[in-house]
Each structure stands twice: as structure tokens, then as C-alpha cells.
Design a protein. Structure first.
Length: 200
């Protein structure tokens, strides 16, 4: 199934900034003939200042939007689904992915007493670009991991299975290519980073 196109908040902010900058430049330009009777030097300084500010804002918005698009790893938001028993491994993986420029979200982060856990996790998955699924015997027996996987499927997120042990893939992932943790942790993480960047 083809993942649907989604637009993040920064896409709308950039678009609005560009539109407002263009409007400012047009207004300043059209206003010039109306005020030629004023002190030319003062008016020229004001007009040039307005136009320059508008151009600077326009270029800033466009470059910010462009680099946000091509930055890939810096924008890519990853939700890591895992069993609590795999937390030490996941914490190390999250740190390495963050150092590589990815935004990593863990299900247990930022959930306070009294919060609706399921709602919080659903919000995190909704804001994610991809889901890294840590597969182990414990995670395959975790109802939370299965819920998170179902949510990711509903949101059409791309799933990246990472096998810690020899476990059977869930039926809905049997046709998905997975990555297996081998003797070299660093090599495995680099392969995961490369796959995530290609999907950005």
C-alpha cells in the first residue's frame, strides 16, 4: 500500500511565511509612486528597508523550507516500538540515532501520572515518519507493541523491523525485509540509518 502524503506544521509555516513576504514586497513596491512627493531620501530609506526585509524574510523562509526538505535525517521522526525488557538496547540505539541527526521518540517518554497512555502513544505515532520495530521474544508477547504496530499500519507509516533474536515475524510483516542485529552493533546501526535516510 502506498503511503499517503502528509504535511507537517513546518510546511504550512514556511508556506505562510513565503506568502506574507511576497505580499509585503508587492505592497511596498506599489506604495512607492504614492509617496514620491515626500522627502526622497527618507522615503527611499524606508522603502528600501521594507523591500530588503521582505526579500530577506522570503529567502529565509524558502531556504528553511528547502533545507528542511533535503535535510532528511534532521527532519525524520522515528518512533521506536519495543518491549520494556529491551530498554537498555533501545536507549543506546536511540542515542546513536539522535547523534546521527534523527528525531527519536520512545513510547515511554513524556507520559505522566494520570495521562491516557494509549492516547499519548497514538499522538506520538501520528507525528512520526517511520516506526522502528524491535523484535524479540518479549516484544512479540507485548500487547503494547502489537497495538503500536497496528497504529503505525493505520497511519501508513513505513515499518523497519530490527531483529534482536531469532523470532517469527508477525503475519502482517512477513513480506517486509528486516534487519538483524549481527556481531557488529555499529554495522547494524549504520545499515538502519542508511535505510531510514533513503525513506525520508
Amino acid at each position: 500500500m502506498e503511503a499517503r502524503k502528509t504535511f507537517k506544521v513546518h510546511d504550512y509555516v514556511a508556506a505562510i511565511s513565503i506568502v506574507l513576504s511576497v505580499i509585503g514586497i508587492v505592497v511596498a513596491t506599489l506604495a512607492i509612486p504614492e509617496f514620491r512627493s515626500l522627502a526622497n531620501s527618507t522615503f527611499k530609506e524606508i522603502s528600501l528597508g521594507v523591500v530588503s526585509s521582505g526579500l530577506a524574510a522570503l529567502l529565509g523562509a524558502m531556504s528553511g523550507y528547502y533545507f528542511g526538505k533535503v535535510g532528511g535525517a534532521k527532519r525524520h521522526r522515528i518512533f521506536v516500538s519495543h518491549a520494556m525488557t529491551d530498554t537498555p538496547f533501545v536507549n543506546k540505539l536511540a542515542q546513536d540515532l539522535r547523534e546521527a541527526g534523527f528525531s527519536v521518540v520512545l513510547p515511554e517518554e513524556d507520559i505522566n501520572i494520570g495521562d491516557d497512555i494509549l492516547s499519548k502513544i497514538e499522538d506520538k505515532i501520528s507525528e512520526a515518519d517511520s516506526l522502528v520495530l524491535i523484535l524479540s521474544p518479549e516484544s512479540m508477547n507485548s500487547k503494547w507493541v502489537h497495538r503500536e504496530l497496528s497504529m503505525a499500519r493505520e497511519k501508513n507509516l513505513k515499518i523497519f523491523p530490527l531483529l534482536l533474536n531469532d523470532v517469527k515475524l508477525p503475519a502482517n510483516l512477513e513480506n517486509v525485509k528486516y534487519l538483524k542485529l549481527d556481531d557488529s552493533y555499529d554495522k547494524t546501526v549504520l545499515a538502519l540509518e542508511e535505510a531510514l535516510r533513503k525513506s525520508a
